[in-house]
Design a protein around this ligand. Sequence first.
Ligand code: PGA
Length: 256
Amino acid sequence: MRRLIIGGNWKMNRGTPAETKEMLKKLIPSVKKITTVDIVIAPPFTALLYAVDIVKKSNIKIGAQNMYFEEKGAFTGEISPNFLKDIGVNYIILGHSERRNIFKESDELVNQKLKKALSMNLNPIVCIGEHLEERKAGKTKQIIQNQIDKTFNDLTKEGILKTVIAYEPIWAIGTGKTATPEQAEEIHIFIREMVASKYDKETADLVRIQYGGSIKPTNANELFEKENIDGGLVGGASLQADSLFEIIKAADETTK
Ligand code: PGA
């Protein structure tokens, strides 16, 4: 019922033309036969134009790692959604915990960006997730509820259906400590319940919820097998074509 989606978030780790070309030229032939999974690669801004061109005839879509919510103006250092649309970017990662924690992006700002992305027909991947101390204090659901209330505030049903929600526990990102499939599934169910109460059950059943945080070829399968985990947002393991392919294959082998 829900199509799985795998996103590769290169962060600031890869992105020269040579690196982009090497990675994508390896990935394109290996994923050629994958028809059941949406595949998105998000390189840094400077590689986007180049990446869009390389994947043109493939089943890979390109995403950006951030954008601003205004289309034009005196916003030094920011990127307009117009520029992204214009070069053929399809997806946009918003509210990643690194944006929230290092660059102090608030739920309100992410909400503005989300609404703008939707109005421009870009496909948003919106990240939410708790810190380790919050989990240890038993506050995970409270934090998630608060993030959903604010980040998805005032979103139409069509808007939430077009949005991919990425549950990324901050303690699992780049740490090698993946959430167990049970831990992730519990929160994915909770998120789906929240969507059901805000909209309706049908919307909740259709919305895609990815997991992110130290996904590797060795744990991808058990995560994607969970009923409510609709693929993943992959950082470290997306930097090599073979490991990303293994993860995409794991998603392809899971039927939902
Ligand atoms: P990781 O990053 O796979 O390296 O943990 C995931 C992410 O930040 O989206």
